[in-house]
Design a protein around this ligand. Structure first.
Ligand code: ADP
Ligand code: MG
Length: 212
Protein backbone atom coordinates (compact mmCIF):
# COMPACT_ATOMS: atom_id res chain seq x y z
CA UNK A 1 0.00 0.00 0.00
CA UNK A 2 1.15 3.55 -0.65
CA UNK A 3 2.00 5.67 2.36
CA UNK A 4 -0.62 7.70 4.20
CA UNK A 5 0.02 11.33 3.41
CA UNK A 6 -0.97 14.48 5.29
CA UNK A 7 -3.67 15.01 2.66
CA UNK A 8 -5.14 11.64 3.58
CA UNK A 9 -5.07 12.53 7.29
CA UNK A 10 -6.79 15.84 6.55
CA UNK A 11 -9.47 13.93 4.64
CA UNK A 12 -9.75 11.59 7.62
CA UNK A 13 -10.68 14.48 9.92
CA UNK A 14 -13.31 15.50 7.36
CA UNK A 15 -14.71 11.98 7.37
CA UNK A 16 -14.85 11.84 11.16
CA UNK A 17 -16.59 15.23 11.35
CA UNK A 18 -19.17 14.07 8.81
CA UNK A 19 -19.83 10.79 10.65
CA UNK A 20 -20.15 12.51 14.03
CA UNK A 21 -22.52 15.10 12.57
CA UNK A 22 -24.77 12.28 11.36
CA UNK A 23 -24.80 10.69 14.84
CA UNK A 24 -24.96 13.91 16.86
CA UNK A 25 -28.56 13.51 18.04
CA UNK A 26 -28.12 9.86 19.03
CA UNK A 27 -24.99 10.76 21.04
CA UNK A 28 -26.81 13.59 22.82
CA UNK A 29 -29.69 11.23 23.59
CA UNK A 30 -27.31 8.64 25.08
CA UNK A 31 -25.67 11.37 27.18
CA UNK A 32 -29.15 12.57 28.19
CA UNK A 33 -29.74 9.27 29.98
CA UNK A 34 -26.57 9.12 32.13
CA UNK A 35 -24.98 12.55 31.64
CA UNK A 36 -25.92 16.06 30.60
CA UNK A 37 -27.08 15.49 27.00
CA UNK A 38 -24.28 17.44 25.33
CA UNK A 39 -21.95 14.71 24.06
CA UNK A 40 -23.10 14.87 20.44
CA UNK A 41 -22.75 18.65 20.49
CA UNK A 42 -19.29 18.49 22.06
CA UNK A 43 -18.03 15.95 19.55
CA UNK A 44 -19.57 17.83 16.65
CA UNK A 45 -18.02 21.13 17.72
CA UNK A 46 -14.66 19.46 18.29
CA UNK A 47 -14.44 17.58 15.02
CA UNK A 48 -15.80 20.36 12.86
CA UNK A 49 -13.22 22.71 14.39
CA UNK A 50 -10.50 20.10 13.83
CA UNK A 51 -11.62 19.55 10.22
CA UNK A 52 -11.63 23.29 9.50
CA UNK A 53 -8.23 23.85 11.11
CA UNK A 54 -6.47 20.99 9.33
CA UNK A 55 -8.10 21.89 6.00
CA UNK A 56 -6.54 25.35 6.29
CA UNK A 57 -3.01 23.96 6.69
CA UNK A 58 -0.28 24.54 4.13
CA UNK A 59 0.03 21.61 1.74
CA UNK A 60 3.58 21.01 2.99
CA UNK A 61 2.43 20.38 6.58
CA UNK A 62 3.72 17.06 7.92
CA UNK A 63 1.51 14.41 9.61
CA UNK A 64 2.59 15.54 13.09
CA UNK A 65 1.45 19.08 12.30
CA UNK A 66 -1.92 17.75 11.13
CA UNK A 67 -2.47 15.88 14.40
CA UNK A 68 -1.18 18.78 16.55
CA UNK A 69 -3.43 21.24 14.75
CA UNK A 70 -6.43 18.94 15.24
CA UNK A 71 -5.58 18.62 18.94
CA UNK A 72 -5.36 22.35 19.52
CA UNK A 73 -8.55 23.21 17.68
CA UNK A 74 -10.49 20.37 19.32
CA UNK A 75 -9.42 21.53 22.77
CA UNK A 76 -10.34 25.15 22.05
CA UNK A 77 -13.76 24.21 20.68
CA UNK A 78 -14.90 21.81 23.41
CA UNK A 79 -15.66 22.69 27.02
CA UNK A 80 -16.84 19.18 27.96
CA UNK A 81 -14.57 16.45 29.30
CA UNK A 82 -14.22 14.90 25.85
CA UNK A 83 -12.19 18.02 24.84
CA UNK A 84 -8.94 17.32 26.66
CA UNK A 85 -9.33 13.57 26.14
CA UNK A 86 -9.40 13.77 22.33
CA UNK A 87 -6.89 16.63 22.28
CA UNK A 88 -4.44 14.40 24.15
CA UNK A 89 -5.21 11.53 21.78
CA UNK A 90 -4.21 13.63 18.76
CA UNK A 91 -1.14 15.14 20.44
CA UNK A 92 0.09 11.64 21.24
CA UNK A 93 -0.62 10.43 17.72
CA UNK A 94 1.46 13.33 16.42
CA UNK A 95 4.30 12.53 18.80
CA UNK A 96 4.26 8.84 17.84
CA UNK A 97 5.04 9.62 14.20
CA UNK A 98 7.17 12.71 14.76
CA UNK A 99 9.41 13.78 11.88
CA UNK A 100 7.89 11.42 9.30
CA UNK A 101 6.95 13.01 5.98
CA UNK A 102 4.24 10.37 5.43
CA UNK A 103 3.08 7.27 7.29
CA UNK A 104 3.58 3.59 6.60
CA UNK A 105 0.87 1.17 7.75
CA UNK A 106 2.98 0.42 10.83
CA UNK A 107 3.29 4.15 11.58
CA UNK A 108 -0.46 4.56 11.39
CA UNK A 109 -1.05 1.62 13.73
CA UNK A 110 1.42 3.22 16.18
CA UNK A 111 -0.45 6.54 15.96
CA UNK A 112 -3.78 4.79 16.47
CA UNK A 113 -2.50 2.99 19.56
CA UNK A 114 -1.02 6.24 20.88
CA UNK A 115 -4.48 7.82 20.72
CA UNK A 116 -5.98 5.19 22.99
CA UNK A 117 -3.04 5.43 25.39
CA UNK A 118 -3.33 9.22 25.42
CA UNK A 119 -7.00 9.08 26.36
CA UNK A 120 -6.19 6.67 29.15
CA UNK A 121 -3.29 8.72 30.48
CA UNK A 122 -5.34 11.92 30.42
CA UNK A 123 -8.55 10.54 31.95
CA UNK A 124 -7.02 7.87 34.20
CA UNK A 125 -9.90 5.51 33.47
CA UNK A 126 -9.39 1.77 33.62
CA UNK A 127 -11.32 -0.79 31.62
CA UNK A 128 -14.74 -1.54 33.08
CA UNK A 129 -15.39 1.98 34.38
CA UNK A 130 -17.90 2.69 31.60
CA UNK A 131 -16.07 5.29 29.52
CA UNK A 132 -14.76 5.70 25.99
CA UNK A 133 -11.74 3.72 27.19
CA UNK A 134 -13.90 0.59 27.05
CA UNK A 135 -14.10 1.05 23.28
CA UNK A 136 -10.69 2.63 22.59
CA UNK A 137 -8.42 0.18 24.45
CA UNK A 138 -9.91 -3.01 22.97
CA UNK A 139 -9.82 -1.33 19.55
CA UNK A 140 -6.14 -0.40 19.89
CA UNK A 141 -5.25 -3.87 21.16
CA UNK A 142 -7.18 -5.59 18.38
CA UNK A 143 -5.53 -3.44 15.71
CA UNK A 144 -2.07 -4.09 17.16
CA UNK A 145 -2.62 -7.83 17.43
CA UNK A 146 -4.01 -8.20 13.92
CA UNK A 147 -1.15 -6.13 12.48
CA UNK A 148 1.50 -8.06 14.44
CA UNK A 149 0.15 -11.36 13.11
CA UNK A 150 0.38 -10.35 9.47
CA UNK A 151 -2.82 -8.40 8.90
CA UNK A 152 -2.65 -5.30 6.73
CA UNK A 153 -3.94 -1.88 7.79
CA UNK A 154 -7.44 -2.52 6.43
CA UNK A 155 -7.77 -5.82 8.30
CA UNK A 156 -6.29 -4.31 11.45
CA UNK A 157 -8.67 -1.36 11.46
CA UNK A 158 -11.60 -3.65 10.69
CA UNK A 159 -10.64 -5.65 13.79
CA UNK A 160 -10.48 -2.37 15.72
CA UNK A 161 -14.01 -1.44 14.65
CA UNK A 162 -15.36 -4.84 15.73
CA UNK A 163 -13.60 -4.60 19.09
CA UNK A 164 -14.83 -1.03 19.66
CA UNK A 165 -18.42 -2.08 18.92
CA UNK A 166 -18.18 -5.01 21.34
CA UNK A 167 -16.59 -2.74 23.94
CA UNK A 168 -19.29 -0.08 23.59
CA UNK A 169 -22.00 -2.73 23.84
CA UNK A 170 -20.35 -4.08 27.00
CA UNK A 171 -20.59 -0.68 28.71
CA UNK A 172 -24.33 -1.35 29.11
CA UNK A 173 -23.42 -3.88 31.79
CA UNK A 174 -20.99 -1.57 33.59
CA UNK A 175 -21.53 0.74 36.55
CA UNK A 176 -19.99 4.14 35.81
CA UNK A 177 -16.91 4.86 37.90
CA UNK A 178 -15.56 7.90 36.03
CA UNK A 179 -17.00 11.10 34.61
CA UNK A 180 -20.40 12.66 35.08
CA UNK A 181 -22.27 9.30 35.11
CA UNK A 182 -20.37 8.19 38.23
CA UNK A 183 -22.88 9.92 40.51
CA UNK A 184 -25.62 7.61 39.18
CA UNK A 185 -23.86 4.48 40.47
CA UNK A 186 -26.01 1.39 39.83
CA UNK A 187 -28.56 3.49 37.96
CA UNK A 188 -26.09 3.79 35.10
CA UNK A 189 -26.56 0.04 34.44
CA UNK A 190 -28.39 -0.89 31.26
CA UNK A 191 -27.29 2.18 29.28
CA UNK A 192 -24.50 2.50 26.75
CA UNK A 193 -21.81 5.04 27.59
CA UNK A 194 -22.04 7.93 25.12
CA UNK A 195 -18.26 8.34 24.86
CA UNK A 196 -17.87 4.66 23.99
CA UNK A 197 -20.64 5.02 21.40
CA UNK A 198 -18.92 8.01 19.78
CA UNK A 199 -15.58 6.17 19.83
CA UNK A 200 -17.15 3.56 17.54
CA UNK A 201 -18.24 6.32 15.15
CA UNK A 202 -14.75 7.86 15.19
CA UNK A 203 -12.93 4.56 14.69
CA UNK A 204 -15.27 3.50 11.86
CA UNK A 205 -14.64 6.82 10.11
CA UNK A 206 -10.88 6.39 10.56
CA UNK A 207 -11.10 2.94 8.98
CA UNK A 208 -13.11 4.27 6.04
CA UNK A 209 -10.72 7.16 5.48
CA UNK A 210 -7.38 5.37 5.62
CA UNK A 211 -8.01 1.74 4.77
CA UNK A 212 -9.93 1.79 1.52
P1 ADP B 1 -19.13 15.94 29.93
O1 ADP B 1 -19.28 14.69 30.75
O2 ADP B 1 -18.17 16.91 30.50
O3 ADP B 1 -20.46 16.53 29.55
P2 ADP B 1 -19.02 14.73 27.30
O4 ADP B 1 -20.50 14.61 27.41
O5 ADP B 1 -18.51 15.34 26.05
O6 ADP B 1 -18.42 15.46 28.56
O7 ADP B 1 -18.37 13.30 27.35
C1 ADP B 1 -18.83 12.30 28.22
C2 ADP B 1 -18.00 11.06 27.97
O8 ADP B 1 -16.65 11.31 28.34
C3 ADP B 1 -18.42 9.87 28.80
O9 ADP B 1 -19.47 9.17 28.18
C4 ADP B 1 -17.15 9.06 28.91
O10 ADP B 1 -17.05 8.14 27.84
C5 ADP B 1 -16.06 10.08 28.72
N1 ADP B 1 -15.29 10.30 29.94
C6 ADP B 1 -15.62 11.05 31.01
N2 ADP B 1 -14.64 11.02 31.94
C7 ADP B 1 -13.67 10.22 31.43
C8 ADP B 1 -12.37 9.77 31.88
N3 ADP B 1 -11.88 10.16 33.05
N4 ADP B 1 -11.68 8.95 31.07
C9 ADP B 1 -12.14 8.56 29.87
N5 ADP B 1 -13.34 8.95 29.39
C10 ADP B 1 -14.09 9.75 30.15
MG1 MG C 1 -21.93 15.45 28.55
Amino acid sequence: MTDITSARLIAMFGKIAEAIEAEKDRLCALDGVIGDADHGIAMSLGFSAARDAVSALDSAADPTTVFNTAAKSFLNAVGASSGPLYATAFMRAGAAIKGKPSLTEADFIAAFQAMAKGIQDRGKAERGEKTMIDAWLPAADAAGERFATGGDLAASLAAAVDAAKAGAEATKNMVAAKGRAERLGERSLGHMDPGAASAVVVIEAIREAVAN
